[in-house]
Ligand binder design. Structure first.
Ligand code: PMV
Length: 316
């Protein structure tokens, strides 16, 4: 028996940062993201193996196997058959580019397919979210909102891909592994940042403003709340003990270039996750101009452009 599932990474515009229950990996705050269309992870699972095995982009990765195997257990049960998992992504997986989101979203869909489990999308999203909070959002297309519910998350698409096309230009400023993984960093923030509680309390307001902007297709309003929410999340990290600063010089240069483009009348804004890459979100008519401007920055190693895309699904 074998199946392949495809999932796309997603980029949060209102960020998830902090856990209310670290054992069950439940987020402290809701979040809103966009699912990318042109970047993908394909996960192929076969059940004829002697023991679980994992390869990522043609390299055996026993180091990553325990987290994937635990995720497969939650879908197919602890007594499942051994699975041979082959994962391929068309973007750099070590680059802090939400590859865990597309990987775990693809893993739950493939595991359900190969084990014959009939699970609804919301259930799959909750299982993916147990492995990586942001992965729950990659089950859905376009603009996606994740809300907290008692003991679980509720995830839904609030606007589809075609009714408001946006472009995302990703500037890679370093492919070195992160100094601190996001899961651990969130816990440091919760325990030590003097701004953490205020961050959690203010999230409902940012979610409301972003949701309203998305429903109204109001680019400027979305830009304002998304940049504010991103910088607020990084302020929480910077004020943690020890501080967590994921940016490098090129990250700041990218932000400056986005500011310059904005003052030239370009509809674009930036967002940055737990890494040094900058994602510039723009109206599609500005995508080439934004890409060229980002690619010209010293320290930008690679630039990728994507439109919005669909939720995780089985291929073939
Ligand atoms: O899902 P995780 O544990 O990789 O955390 C994702 C955290 C951010 O990317 C910084 C924000 C987000 O909402 O995606």
């Amino acid at each position: 028996m074998h199946v392949t599932a495809r999932a796309h990474p997603n980029i949060a515009l209102v960020k998830y940062w902090g856990k209310r229950d670290s054992e069950r990996n439940l987020p402290a705050v809701g979040s809103i993201s966009i699912t990318l269309g042109d970047l993908w992870t394909d996960m192929h699972i076969e059940t004829d193996a002697q023991a679980d095995e994992l390869s990522v982009n043609d390299e055996p990765r026993p180091d990553l196997l325990p987290r994937i195997a635990a995720c497969l257990d939650t879908v197919a049960g602890d007594d499942r058959r051994p699975m041979s998992v082959t994962s391929k992504s068309n973007f750099p997986v070590a680059a802090g580019l939400a590859s865990s989101a597309s990987s775990f979203a693809a893993a739950v869909v493939a595991a359900a397919g190969v084990s014959g489990q009939e699970l609804c999308r919301e259930e799959l999203a909750n299982l993916a979210g147990r492995a990586s909070g942001s992965a729950a959002r990659s089950l859905y297309e376009g603009f996606v909102e994740l809300e907290n519910a008692p003991d679980r998350v509720h995830v839904r698409s609030i606007r589809d891909t075609s009714s408001w096309p946006l472009s995302v230009v990703v500037a890679i400023t370093s492919t070195l592994p992160k100094s601190v993984g996001s899961g651990e960093a969130m816990e440091v923030s919760r325990r030590t940042s003097p701004f953490y509680e205020r961050w959690v309390d203010a999230q409902a307001d940012d979610l409301e403003r972003a949701r309203t902007a998305i429903l109204a297709r109001d680019f400027d309003a979305l830009a304002e709340v998304a940049e504010h929410n991103c910088l607020k999340m990084h302020s929480v990290m910077w004020a943690s003990r020890p501080p967590m600063v994921y940016w490098n010089a090129a990250t700041l240069d990218c932000m400056q270039v986005v500011r310059q483009l904005q003052s030239d009348g370009v509809s674009v804004f930036f967002t940055i996750d737990a890494g040094p890459q900058v994602k510039a979100i723009c109206l599609p008519e500005y995508a080439d101009q934004v890409r060229d401007a980002m690619a010209a920055i010293d320290g930008v190693e690679q630039v990728m452009t994507s439109g919005l895309g669909e939720g995780a699904h089985l291929l073939g």
